[in-house]
Design a protein around this ligand. Sequence first.
Ligand SMILES: *[C@@H]1O[C@H](CO)[C@@H](O)[C@H](O)[C@H]1NC(C)=O
Length: 281
Amino acid sequence: MGSVLVLRFLLVARMMGVVVPVFPPEAESAEKPSEHFLYQSKFDCLYLNGTERIRYIFRDIYDRQEFVRFDSDRGEFEAVTPLGEPIARDWNTRKDLLEDRRADVEGFCRHNYAIFEPFARSRQVQPKVKIAPSSYDSSSHNTLLICNVDGFWPSQIEIKWFRNGKEEDESRVFTTDLIRNGDWTFQMAVMLEAQPERGDVYACQVEHASFPEPVTVQWEPQSESARSKMWTGVAGIVLGLVFLAPGLVLYLKNKKGQRVISQPPGITLEADKINHQRQKP
Ligand SMILES: *[C@@H]1O[C@H](CO)[C@@H](O)[C@H](O)[C@H]1NC(C)=O
């Protein structure tokens, strides 16, 4: 966490240095500022080959619209919208501002790379691996099996589908793009077009730097049918009880007159308990 704090401090310091220059009067009159406005500065460091080739772009943004920028490839300020034209002209006459921005490649981008790169290189977060069968088509027995792999770092990962221990052909496998979650983790899904048959075992295997050895999650079509059989059984029992209960009541009623219905033992007990509790206080 210490390294991140250093970076933040640096950002704040840089920003203050940039915001100091005042808008020239012509820019102020060009557009009346609204009551609420948003002023942003962005600093992009592009590491095109580690620190061998760094491109730095500084942007000033008013009301969500970038109006002036400094691109290290160009080496001076340039206007992005008419609002930025007088500003870029003014800032380009100021040696101190130009030198500050040109020095950012070293003092800001290269400096931060030395903080971030070791952090990013040593960071390891294990993914969660889940298999989700979707869109089961009972007529063709086609199932799309989705292997969701979420929350990993670094981005390098290998995800494979196996059927009965044999790797599935690439023509049946579809991979989503690597998704950046925005919290220093990635996710990815690999889909398999399958025709599962009873007894098949499907497996999604994930190799990642955070795992000492590949992790495998299995899926069996049987477990699905077994589950449906279980629910069929449960439904059967419930239905059976629904019909059995009135039958039993009728039978007992016929046999022993009113007794069973007017004084079921359970209810009497409950009522006793409630009365008892009410009297206590
Ligand atoms: C990246 O930099 C290394 C030197 O650190 C160089 O050998 C390599 O050719 C560069 N790669 C590209 C794609 O420019």
